[in-house]
Every structure is written in structure tokens, then in C-alpha cells.
Design a protein around this ligand. Structure first.
Ligand code: PLP
Length: 390
């Protein structure tokens, strides 16, 4: 049994670093008793929009609700379909299905784990008909309305070919940027700024985490941003007059106040994660493990923000158990790709339909990467993996 413990994530160290800044702000907020959609929310919306290179920000109740709101604002519903990755958190596909639209799962590129533009192109060429009412998926008779790429683990999907496909066929693009705040595409465009709508999560384990659930949508089109603001409050405009049916997708002042303080530290924390990733790469190299352990692939010219540091090995489950014994916390993101989830059986997918996603689900393992980790802890993780391989 090891004496060094390396948890997958420990947020208490981070809290200590901004506590003194935050507590007086929370004190004032409690005294004001103003909790919903106030000045902290407005400040957060413009700060995250600016940080992400977008014109507008709309704070919402969670990353899941950000995706749902985006789909609703784009008018996606029954009879429609959205093309996305099956190798992602459940909300990506779950929100598409909740609108009544059909999620269509297409495979990922193995090195990046992100939606494969070639797979999207092949699907359109082989399974769709392009006509007057747009792109129709022949087998399900649904209209393809949108692409929803996911920037998994903190690295952006290959957006240029996806945007070109979307433009050619009149598809909307919703970026699931839940894991990717501040990550950059080649040329420097940030996550959430390239599609019609970007969706962020402030779940506590994300790089910018609230003290509970929260999220945000970004957009460059002012009318789309205004529509999302109206749908966020049940579609009432003016209040109590409903031309539209929305939902309660509000973020509260408390979460926004926490996020406004934490956002000032985000660049430093992101650099800490990137430094840890570089240290891992060096340590794995020094341990002679780079042929044995598949390290994360950082696409040249992109900025990876390492929400997760994910390795791949064929004997993943045994390695995970070994690391638990060595005091190292790990997690599997995600063990079952969405096309094989029980709730999506009605879509008719079978094992083998998205082989790269299925292989990733069987082989990937997230290691501790949070910024406050000490080098001796990273060294312990690599040494423990070395002991596993003898
Ligand atoms: C976290 C996450 C979401 C959902 O965000 P919540 O704030 O937990 O609702 C959606 N998509 C991806 C890829 C995520 O990682």
C-alpha cells in the first residue's frame, strides 16, 4: 500500500486559493437577497463571451440545459435529426432525443476521440438524399438539421471540415463545449465561437466549476441570443405573455458570483493542467512507457486544456484496479458509447456500428491532471503504471 495518495480530483486546494476573494462577495449577495438573473449573471455572461471570443453569453442552469436550450432555439424537434458523436457524456445525445429529434451517432477519429468529419461526409454520401427540403436521412425519413460536435476532454473537434459540410447542406452547428472552455482551434478561435451556438458546463469537475450546477450558451447572432434569453424564462416576453414555450433554464446569482471570481484564475489553472500534461509526457518517456501506454494526442496548433488526461491501454480494467491499490484515482469516460445505451435501442444500432468509439470505451482511462497536483504525485502515478507493466 502506497503512502502517496493521488486523487482524480481534489477541489479543496483550489478553493483555498480564492476563498478570501469570494467570501466578501457572497456576504454582500446574501445581504442583498437578490438571487436570480441579477448583476453577477450579466457580468458572467459578458466575461465568458469575451473570454471565448463570442458576441453574446446566456447563463443557464447547467450544461445539459445549455444543449437543450440551443436545440430548442434552433427549432429542432420531431421529424428532425442531429448528427453527433456517440463517445461523449450522456447529455449530448439525451438532449437531442428530449426535443423529439433523432440523434444520429457517427464515429470518432481514434487519435482525438472527436467526431470524424470523414464519417459525417460518408454518412451524408451513402445514407442521405439532398433535396428541396434539405438533407434527408433515407432510413428514418428525418430531416438532418444540425451537427453537434463535442470538444472532448478539452480539445476541439476538427471544425473546419465540419463547418464546410454544415454550410454546404444548410445545417446548424451546436458546439458541445462543456469540457472545453478556453480551448483553441488552429488559428486561435476558441471553443464556442465557431458554431451557431456554443454550450458550456460549469459542473464542479469542469475546468471552470461552480458550487453546484450551472452552464452557459454563447452565440454571435444577436437574434438567436435574444431568443435563448426568452426561452430561458419559459418563453415569456413580456413577462407572463408567451408566444413561445420555453423552460426554466435560469442560472442564479450565487453560482454566477462564484464563477466570476474563478474565471479570473482560469488561465492560470489551465496552464497548470497543460504543464502537468507536459510533465506526464516527459515522465512516461523517461519510464520507457510511450510504446505501451497511448498518451493523449494534442493536435498541432490547437490549444488542449486537459479537462481530462486520458490514456489508452488494452488492459484498461486491470490497470485501473492496480492504480486504485496504489492510491491513484482514475475514471472511465465513458464505458458505454451512446449508440449502445439501452435507452437508445429504438434507434437500432448494434455493436460494430461505431468501432472507434467502442474501442475507446474499452481502452481509455483518465488520470489525475488537476492543476494543484505536485510533481511527486505525477511521478507516483507513472511509477505505479510502470510497476503494473513490470
Ligand atoms: C458535463 C458535460 C455535459 C453536461 O453538463 P452538466 O452541466 O453536467 O449538465 C454535456 N456534455 C459534455 C461533453 C459534458 O462533459
Amino acid at each position: 500500500m502506497s503512502t502517496i495518495k493521488v486523487p482524480l480530483l481534489d477541489l479543496r486546494l483550489q478553493y483555498a486559493s480564492f476563498k478570501d476573494e469570494l467570501l466578501p462577495i457572497l456576504e454582500r449577495l446574501y445581504e442583498s437577497q437578490y438571487f436570480i438573473l441579477g448583476p453577477e449573471v450579466t457580468a458572467l455572461e459578458s466575461a465568458v463571451a469575451t473570454y471565448s471570443g463570442c458576441a453574446h453569453g446566456i447563463g443557464v442552469s447547467s450544461g445539459t440545459d445549455a444543449l437543450l436550450l440551443a436545440l430548442m432555439a434552433l427549432g429542432i424537434g420531431p421529424g428532425d435529426a442531429v448528427l453527433t458523436s456517440p463517445y461523449t457524456f450522456f447529455a449530448t445525445g439525451g438532449t437531442i432525443a428530449r426535443t423529439g429529434a433523432r440523434p444520429i451517432y457517427l464515429d470518432i477519429d481514434a487519435p482525438t476521440y472527436n467526431l470524424s468529419p470523414a464519417a459525417v461526409q460518408r454518412f451524408i454520401d451513402e445514407e442521405c438524399t439532398s433535396g428541396d427540403d434539405g438533407l434527408v436521412h433515407r432510413a428514418s425519413a428525418t430531416r438532418i438539421k444540425a451537427l453537434m460536435p463535442v470538444h472532448l476532454y478539452g480539445q476541439m473537434a476538427d471544425m473546419a471540415p465540419l463547418l464546410a459540410i454544415a454550410r454546404k447542406h444548410g445545417l446548424k452547428v451546436i458546439e458541445d463545449a462543456a469540457q472545453a472552455i478556453g480551448s483553441e482551434y488552429a488559428g486561435g478561435a476558441r471553443a464556442g465561437s465557431l458554431g451557431d451556438i456554443g454550450c458550456f458546463s460549469f459542473f464542479p469537475t469542469k475546468n471552470l466549476g461552480a458550487f453546484g450546477d450551472a452552464g452557459l450558451c454563447t452565440a454571435n447572432d444577436p437574434e438567436l441570443a435574444e431568443l435563448m434569453r426568452v426561452l430561458r424564462v419559459h418563453g415569456g416576453k413580456p413577462k407572463y405573455y408567451h408566444a413561445l414555450i420555453g423552460g426554466n433554464f435560469r442560472i442564479d446569482e450565487l453560482q454566477a458570483a462564484v464563477l466570476n471570481v474563478k474565471l479570473r484564475h482560469l488561465e492560470g489553472w489551465t496552464e497548470g493542467r497543460r504543464r502537468n500534461a507536459a510533465t506526464y509526457a516527459r515522465l512516461f518517456g523517461e519510464a520507457g512507457l510511450t510504446g505501451t501506454v497511448g498518451l493523449p494526442y494534442a493536435t498541432p496548433g490547437y490549444r488542449h486544456i486537459y479537462n481530462q488526461y486520458v490514456i489508452r491501454v488494452p488492459e484498461r480494467d486491470r490497470l485501473k484496479a492496480h492504480l486504485a491499490e496504489e492510491g491513484v484515482g482514475t475514471e472511465i469516460y465513458y464505458p458505454v458509447p451512446l449508440h449502445l445505451q439501452g435507452c437508445f435501442a429504438y434507434l437500432g444500432y448494434k455493436a460494430g456500428d461505431c468501432p472507434e468509439s467502442e474501442r475507446a470505451a474499452a481502452e481509455t482511462l483518465a488520470l489525475p491532471i488537476f492543476p494543484e497536483l505536485r510533481e511527486e504525485q505525477l511521478a507516483h502515478v507513472v511509477a505505479a503504471i510502470r510497476r503494473f507493466y513490470g
